[in-house]
Design a protein around this ligand. Structure first.
Ligand code: THU
Length: 132
């Protein structure tokens, strides 16, 4: 049972997309991460001329939250081009899983949304318990 406002989270992700620095890919992405205490941390993708240094919107949102002391999360909404869902990349799935394995992942295509559990998007994940 969802106890948060999914539409609001999607709308914040869409707003965050406006700040995307995506001059190489021309693929702006926005994300909005909801903490357990109700705060929303937004992020957009930030690209580099050295392409591999690019940071995805989801990881920007997560690192903003963690660096401000927020460590428990409920859901993340992701917004990219209208009409298109943007599933998180593998690197983002891993980093999100490290901090929030029970996270709900909401994909918005502008008019509709699909919700997944992060653990279903990253089956058999590597996790810190394996470090011993
Ligand atoms: N990107 C994200 O920000 N999030 C995703 O879930 C997938 C990809 C970004 C990275 C890059 O700036 C652009 O989209 C194209 O890959």
């Amino acid at each position: 049972m969802t106890d948060y406002n999914k539409d609001q989270l999607i709308s914040e992700a869409k707003e965050a997309r406006k700040f995307a620095q995506a001059k190489y890919s021309h693929f702006p992405v926005g994300a909005a991460l909801l903490s357990a205490d109700g705060q929303i941390f937004t992020g957009c993708n930030v690209e580099s001329s050295s392409y591999s240094l690019t940071i995805c919107a989801e990881r920007v949102a997560l690192t903003k939250a963690l660096s401000e002391g927020s460590t428990q999360f409920k859901a993340i909404a992701i917004s990219a081009r209208d009409g298109q869902y943007c599933p998180p990349c593998g690197a983002c799935r891993q980093l999100l899983y490290d901090y929030a394995p029970d996270l709900e992942v909401i994909l918005s295509n502008g008019t509709q949304s699909k919700t997944y559990l992060l653990k279903d998007l990253l089956p058999h994940a590597f996790e810190d318990s394996q470090l011993g």
